[in-house]
Design a protein. Sequence first.
Length: 233
Amino acid sequence: MSAPVPGLVLAGSHSGCGKTTLCAGLIRALAARGRAVAPFKTGPDFLDPQLHRAVAGRPCWNLDGWFMDDDELADAYARGSAGAALALAEGAMGLYDGADPVSFRGSSADLARRLGLPVVLALDASGMAGILSGQAVMTEALQRFGYRELETRVDTLLAPAGSRARGHEFHCSRWEGGGSPAAYRSTPLQGPTAEEGFVRGRLLASYAHVHFASAPGWAEHWAAVMAGSANGR
């Protein structure tokens, strides 16, 4: 089937590769240029749609290829994109991660195929490129879990130094290495403040999941930085 409103699926190589940040920044940048963008989210996620709704200024619909048949997907896409110039659907996890490892049903790739939408793939190339002098080491137990108050220590892609936002962390790995300035001063609800993440040039690497609704200016800052890069600044 062909989608009635032009759009694309922004998928990723895996979870945590930057899909949500990139998607929100694109929606905000396009909206700032007067383009009505209809946001969508693959799967049953209810957190990312809140962010996309905030930056788009209109509801973000879920498109779930496991729960919905072809007609239901087409109907949800048509209703969710009504009146928009284009649609942007953020994928879930990796491009082929779905309910069935053979048919990939429910995956971002499956959704794109069934709606006739092109795919833009976000890749985390830091490990391949050797940008950071260190490595993530998997552990058997959680290293950090819970809400965080974040303050940028230096200028980053998302915000200038001294900016504050809320977020959370949950990961069973630790970073071994260094050599780059810490991105954030991370303060949990209980416990000591710690430095988190790394910044090197235009690179920002961090375990923190930022809640952009707590600091809408961060998405605007990111869009402005990307616009400057496109214009050679």
